[in-house]
Design a protein around this ligand. Structure first.
Ligand code: 7TS
Length: 427
């Protein structure tokens, strides 16, 4: 029998236009998936930590370094012009990907963490004073908690957290309008929880914040590669994402900021690239977004991220979103078969493609360690959401997180391995 031809973005687009892509065939685009780990076929279920990279992205990086590599915005030689064009066209690609109004609204960062820190340092310095409230939620990743704690310590602002409803993991929005109306300057929340798989109604929440005159930031680390993310539809002021969680390279991310807002902000870091002119004692800054990009940026990272965006759009993000939710629902249903033997976290329906759980009687780290011996890559721990874990009354959970190249058959295998783990621990 002949092997299916590897899918290119073009062939994927053709099939996606019909009944949706052939998800199994797409696996051929990911060289890393086809290997043995501890003498068993790799089953990679740690996609919330980072996703794997398709050949199209790896080749874009290789092509850039083999043909075009130079520094940007400085030389007037051919390679520098090419590198600058590639970097700026990646910015335009990111703007289209997020449906921003212009490439000027796209700041390249190292990732979500840096994007949020940038807003806390610049917007925060300019807009937040003692007594103001920064509204967060109880399900935030540390990278959407700690930068605001640092800002609060600097300014005397206070933090409040929208509650999460227990194991079902939904945001309790019943007091949202009341809270928004009582001294809140900024609302920063995650689109999808990396620990619970909850998909928050960010468009509705941002609309309510806007009505109250509150600035909004959406953490799209877990959503940008998994579903359509349209900043105009969401109606947020800022949105941060990480390239490596959406088929792109590590070390590159995007901060979207509404242009009128970005233009009013002071610089983030100082250095080359971000200035108009420098004296020994003072300097003037470039316009946004260059004002926020001091030093040599991650040029190849931006090129790789643009290739990742092309790849995802060729498959179709609506298809990816549907598949993602199907995998999440299937995994939740299969794991629920363990009945009393398992504790499942997050919503039963309408969840993203990740499931956090505890096998009763086995520590999460032991589940992950033994699963690894079966070739299964899970993550165990607090998932950088320590306050949420405390609220749930646990130290850690085991987590299986999926991407479009995962299949229901792999989830069946996960279930078999969990049964083996139960046996191993005499349960
Ligand atoms: N926000 C959310 C919701 C995340 O899940 C993560 C990373 C971040 C922010 C930070 O992204 P970074 O690229 O800047 O590090 N989450 C995870 C995870 O769940 N396992 O490893 C990293």
């Amino acid at each position: 029998m002949s092997q299916p031809a590897p899918l290119t973005p073009q062939t994927a687009a053709a099939s996606a236009a019909e009944a949706g892509p052939d998800w199994n065939a797409l696996r051929a685009d990911f060289p890393i998936l086809h290997q043995q780990v501890h003498n068993r076929p790799l089953l990679y279920l740690d996609n919330a930590a980072t996703t794997q990279k398709p050949r199209a992205v790896i080749q874009a990086l290789q092509r850039y370094y083999e043909r075009d590599n130079a520094n940007v915005h400085r030389g007037i030689h051919e390679l520098s012009n090419r590198a600058t064009a590639a970097f700026e066209s990646a910015r335009a690609r990111a703007a289209r990907f997020l449906n921003a109004r212009s490439p000027e609204e796209i700041v390249f960062t190292r990732g979500t963490t840096e994007g949020i820190n940038l807003v806390a340092a610049t917007w925060g310095a300019q807009n937040v004073k003692a007594g103001d409230i920064i509204l967060l939620t109880e399900m935030e990743h540390h990278s959407n908690l700690v930068p605001w704690q640092l800002l609060a310590a600097r300014t005397g602002a206070r933090l409040r957290h929208l509650p999460v409803t227990g194991d079902a993991g939904l945001l309790d929005l019943s007091h949202l309008d009341e809270w928004l109306g009582s001294g809140v300057k900024l609302l920063a929340l995650t689109h999808i929880s990396n620990s619970l798989g909850t998909i928050n109604p960010v468009a509705e929440i941002c609309a309510r914040a806007r009505k109250a005159g509150v600035t909004t930031l959406v953490d799209a680390a877990q959503s940008a590669g998994h579903r359509p993310v349209d900043v105009q539809e969401i109606g947020c002021d800022f949105l941060a994402l990480s390239g490596h969680k959406m088929c792109g390279p590590t070390g590159i991310g995007v901060l979207y900021g509404r242009q009128e807002l970005l233009e009013t902000l002071p610089p983030y870091q100082g250095g080359g690239e971000m200035i108009l002119s420098v004296e020994y004692h003072t300097s003037t800054w470039k316009h946004a977004p260059h004002r926020f990009e001091a030093g040599t940026p991650d040029i190849s990272g931006a090129v790789g991220l643009a290739a990742a965006m092309d790849y995802l759009d060729a498959i179709g993000r609506t298809h990816i979103a549907r598949h993602d939710q199907e995998l999440g629902a299937y995994a939740y249903a299969r794991l629920a078969e363990f009945k009393e033997g398992i504790r499942l976290f997050g919503p039963r329906i309408g969840r993203a493609g990740l499931v956090s759980f505890l096998l009763r009687g086995v520590h999460a780290h032991d589940v992950v360690t033994v699963a690894d011996q079966w070739g299964v890559a899970l993550r165990g721990g607090h998932h950088c959401t320590q306050p949420l874990m405390r609220k749930l009354g646990v130290e850690s959970t085991a987590r299986a997180s999926f991407y479009f190249y995962n299949t229901p058959a792999e989830i069946d295998r996960l279930v078999e391995v969990l049964r083996e783990i139960q046996k191993f621990f005499g349960l």
